[in-house]
Design a binder for this molecule. Structure first.
Ligand code: PMV
Length: 341
């Protein structure tokens, strides 16, 4: 996938799609090294801590938004299936921000396809809302800065803010204007890989929106938030020094603390299953045997194995031998969300 998409070509494309009121955008999901869990403001999705992530270049969502005077209400198709209810309402809410800004009242057709399982803790909402922000704003004729697109994406799904900039992104705390993501480094800065061990690709029982709202009911959340600032700084520094031996233990600790908060919420959320725990133990064993690989886990049972490109093949081979897993996917570092048609 071309990551350094020509800025002039994007500007030309923007003029054309604004005229036609139809735009297609591509965005990658991202895997957080320092997790976002819990909001200061649930409606605007202003996070309770800063977070840091890597875009996943081999996975993507493609979204086409067509404003159409012939439609009486928004129409959403995900992987060609019409979707109604809460998911449509969430998409329409984002389109309403765009319509308000562009002074439009027209309904839209939104068609979204992904090349990876959605709703199973592989950050599908991040790619979906990042692509939707780019496509809907362009189709509405808005020429938004990267920060403004990241702000828009954040209102749809917090982690989507981080899928807007290229490569490795940091999303800072702040108010509606300032809590946006920016790129820390482009993909070519460090050839890390995410080997995703899919344990179960079914839709998770508790979505992240509900989970964020529960975070404050855990007595561990306050401690998590204090430590997150420190872990964020250390992770940022070790990433910029390309120092996996320092960064790896920090990302593992950060993921475990987030899951401790989830498991101690009222009611508790258990995203892991027995296979998840087995993979954590396998990673520890592989490290004892000299393989530099570290795990992280989002809101689902699947385990992301972070390693350098030179070790990716070995990690893949070992991961494929694990029992009770569904599949293994590999991704390099991805570029920004962008307009493609
Ligand atoms: O963007 P949301 O609301 O789907 O939340 C994502 C939460 C985690 O994936 C668990 C962590 C993160 O920072 O991506």
């Amino acid at each position: 996938m071309e990551t350094n998409f020509n800025v002039t070509a994007q500007a030309e494309l923007r003029k054309l799609v604004a005229y036609q009121r139809v735009a297609t955008a591509l965005a990658h999901p991202n895997i957080a090294f320092i997790k976002y869990w819990g909001n200061q403001d649930d409606r605007l999705r202003l996070p309770a801590n800063p977070s840091l992530s890597m875009n996943l270049g081999c996975l993507y969502t493609l979204t086409t938004v067509s404003f159409d005077d012939g439609l009486s209400s928004d129409l959403l198709l995900i992987n060609e299936v019409p979707i109604y209810g809460a998911a449509l309402a969430r998409v329409s809410a984002m389109l309403n921000w765009v319509r308000e800004k562009a002074n439009l009242t027209t309904a839209a057709k939104i068609e979204s396809v992904s090349n990876f399982p959605i709703g199973s803790g592989i950050a599908s909402s991040a790619a979906a809302f990042a692509a939707l922000s780019v496509a809907s704003s362009a189709a509405a004729g808005l020429d938004l800065s990267e920060a403004a697109v990241s702000q828009l994406a954040r209102r749809g799904s917090g982690s989507a803010s981080r899928s807007v900039p290229t490569g490795y992104s940091e999303w800072v705390m702040g108010d509606d204007e300032t809590s946006v993501a920016r790129s820390l480094a482009p993909p070519e800065f460090w050839d890390l890989r995410d080997i995703i061990v899919v344990v179960n690709q079914e839709h998770k029982a508790v979505g992240s929106t509900g989970g964020h709202a529960l975070a404050k009911t855990s007595s561990l959340q306050a401690a998590r938030l204090v430590g997150a600032i420190n872990r964020f700084q250390l992770c940022r520094e070790s990433l910029l020094a390309r120092d996996l031996a320092t960064m790896g233990p920090i990302i593992e600790e950060d993921a475990i603390i987030m899951h401790a908060v989830m498991m101690s919420s009222h009611p508790p959320i258990y995203y892991w299953d027995a296979t998840t725990m087995m993979i954590i133990q396998a990673v520890q064993q592989w490290r004892r045997e000299g393989l530099p690989v570290y795990f992280t886990i989002d809101a689902g049972p699947n385990v992301h194995l972070i390693c350098e490109a030179k070790d990716a093949e070995t990690v893949m081979v070992q991961a494929r031998q694990l029992p009770n897993i569904e599949s293994v996917m590999s991704s390099d570092v991805g570029g920004p969300a962008m307009l493609i048609d």
